[in-house]
Design a protein around this ligand. Structure first.
Ligand code: C5P
Length: 225
């Protein structure tokens, strides 16, 4: 179902605001993404509560020495999240350590950030992303975070089972804000992305559920044409 491809970034400061959004989004999207702001403020207790109705992507982008990242991935697995990520730029030893830790949690997907979607594109960036994706796959991770603009090339290189998670989703007259490599929900789904991360276009909308439904409708229409 298209709604299961949407991960809403709960970039809010308090559990109260997060739970209010969660309540509005039950049945409208499959995933909630908890990033640095909310996790630093509210921690694991909130994750357990959010996991009652949605799958959870813990987006903390680990980037440290291999042993520390191994331990952090283990803690994410013990917490029961459905997806966690590291930075591909942490290098091969770090990626392998993360992958070894994740192997103990077969239901948790481990992905790596290639180049942030706030960085503008170009041939050099594209090349860097494809090289990072090859290393990430070789180290045994499940996929990458990239922009929709790179999904087709990554799938061609690594196969369709290699996951792509794409932030930088905007549509209509929405402002780019700090994002650079953007795509609409329709474009992202046409490119073959597995999951799209949507933050401000949903959480700052007057009616977050209606904004999510609008994204789902655009995705469904794109699949029919
Ligand atoms: O509000 P917006 O839709 O731009 O939110 C995008 C979300 O995706 C943010 O939570 C941001 O941290 C996250 N993200 C990103 N680019 C990446 C990885 C994660 O924008 N490469």
């Amino acid at each position: 179902m298209m709604k299961d491809k949407i991960m809403v970034a709960l970039d809010v400061p308090t559990a109260t605001q997060a739970l209010q959004l969660r309540d509005q989004l039950v049945g409208h999207v499959g995933w909630l993404k908890v990033g640095l702001r909310l996790f630093v403020a509210e921690g694991p207790a909130l994750i357990r509560e959010l996991a009652q109705h949605h799958r959870i992507f813990l987006d903390l982008k680990f980037h440290d020495i291999p042993n520390t990242v191994h331990q952090a991935v283990e803690s994410a697995g013990a917490l029961g999240v459905d997806m966690v990520n590291v930075h591909a730029s942490g290098g091969e030893a770090m990626l392998r350590a993360a992958s070894e830790a994740a192997a103990a949690f077969p239901d948790m997907r481990l992905i790596a950030v290639t180049v942030l979607t706030s960085v503008a594109g170009g041939d050099a960036i594209r090349q860097q992303i494809l090289q990072a994706a090859a290393l990430v796959a070789d180290c045994g991770l499940d996929g990458v975070v990239c922009s929709a603009q790179e999904v087709a090339a990554i799938k061609a290189q690594q196969g369709s089972a290699f996951l792509t998670v794409t932030p930088g989703i905007r549509w209509g007259h929405q402002s780019l804000q700090d994002q650079a490599r953007i795509a609409t929900p329709a474009d992202a789904v046409r490119c073959g992305t597995d999951y799209m991360v949507i933050g401000r276009p949903i959480i700052q909308a007057k009616d977050p559920a209606a904004a999510a439904d609008e994204a789902v409708a655009m995705m469904s229409e794109a699949c029919q044409t």
